[in-house]
Design a protein around this ligand. Structure first.
Ligand SMILES: NC(=O)c1ccc[n+]([C@@H]2O[C@H](COP(=O)([O-])OP(=O)(O)OC[C@H]3O[C@@H](n4cnc5c(N)ncnc54)[C@H](OP(=O)(O)O)[C@@H]3O)[C@@H](O)[C@H]2O)c1
Length: 239
């Protein structure tokens, strides 16, 4: 039977790159769709009708996440790998404490970037328990590293990713003894849609970024007993 992976925020950017590459490698892909009008996932469905399931998923809504988990529990036997990729940036990141911070947007980013992956893990654990790999992957960011933070603004995004990292460590403490393995990842600067439009100034096309990420997500590590934030070049970042 094909191995099965679930990807959140798979409509475009890195998530779409991961979906396309994993399908080409023979995986069964469950792709969370946040933007039903965006055409590329539908194109992949025409190419891989047997191995791609599209389903609506808003990681900010427990109802949406639970509805997806209930529906997929009846459609797939098991889930081997979960990739928590969905994330957002803030249009008011550039405001420093001198300009006044946007607290409403900080709440929004915390809800999506930090709490979203926890909702998804919680709802999909029963299906993951049935899988062989028990691998939980999280797309975090260098922006969540307190140890190397030099920015003078960007609280909304950076604080949400630092909170995500803490949430992952606590999940690791609880689930690693049950056989779960974890990946926490900074994908590099990707030409994705975080600013609303494709950012062609960035370093990596989403397909390139996906090609860096997949071996890290799927291959076993020498030491699975320790959690680290690793970037696309294999460098470790401090928490
Ligand atoms: N791009 C970079 O340089 C970079 C660097 C470090 C880390 N990352 C991380 O990489 C991950 C992927 O981002 P990306 O760069 O590929 O950006 P992207 O192109 O914006 O892709 C993220 C996807 O998640 C979707 N999404 C937004 N809110 C969601 C929600 N509530 N539920 C489910 N999906 C939702 C987005 O939809 P919308 O387009 O409608 O928002 C989009 O389709 C994110 O976690 C991001 O923080 C990116």
């Amino acid at each position: 039977m094909d191995r099965t992976v679930l990807i959140t925020g798979a409509d475009r950017g890195l998530g779409l790159g991961l979906a396309g590459l994993l399908l080409s490698q023979g995986w069964h892909v469950l792709a969370g769709q946040y933007l039903p009008a965006w055409p590329e996932l539908t194109g992949l469905l025409q190419q891989y009708p047997q191995r791609l399931n599209l389903f609506p998923l808003d990681v900010a809504s427990m109802e949406s996440v639970q509805t997806a988990a209930c529906s997929l529990a009846n459609q797939v036997e098991r889930l081997d790998v979960l990739i928590n990729n969905a994330g957002v940036n803030s249009p008011t990141n550039e405001r420093s404490i001198r300009e006044g911070l946007d607290y409403a947007d900080m709440h929004r980013l915390y809800d999506i970037n930090a709490l979203g992956p926890l909702r998804v893990v919680e709802a999909f654990l029963p299906i993951l328990d049935r899988g062989g790999m028990k691998r939980l992957c999280f797309v975090s960011s260098e922006a969540g590293s307190i140890g190397r933070m030099t920015r003078t603004a960007w609280q909304p995004y950076c604080m949400s990713k630092a909170a995500l990292n803490m949430g992952i460590q606590i999940l690791f403490n609880r689930l690693h003894p049950e056989g779960y393995t974890f990946r926490v990842y900074h994908p590099g600067w990707v030409r994705s849609y975080m600013g609303g439009q494709k950012n062609n100034q960035a370093d990596l096309e989403p397909e390139q970024a996906a090609a860096y990420a997949i071996p890290f997500f799927l291959n076993d590590l020498e030491n699975e007993d320790h959690l680290s934030l690793i970037d696309y070049q294999g460098q470790t970042w401090p928490w």
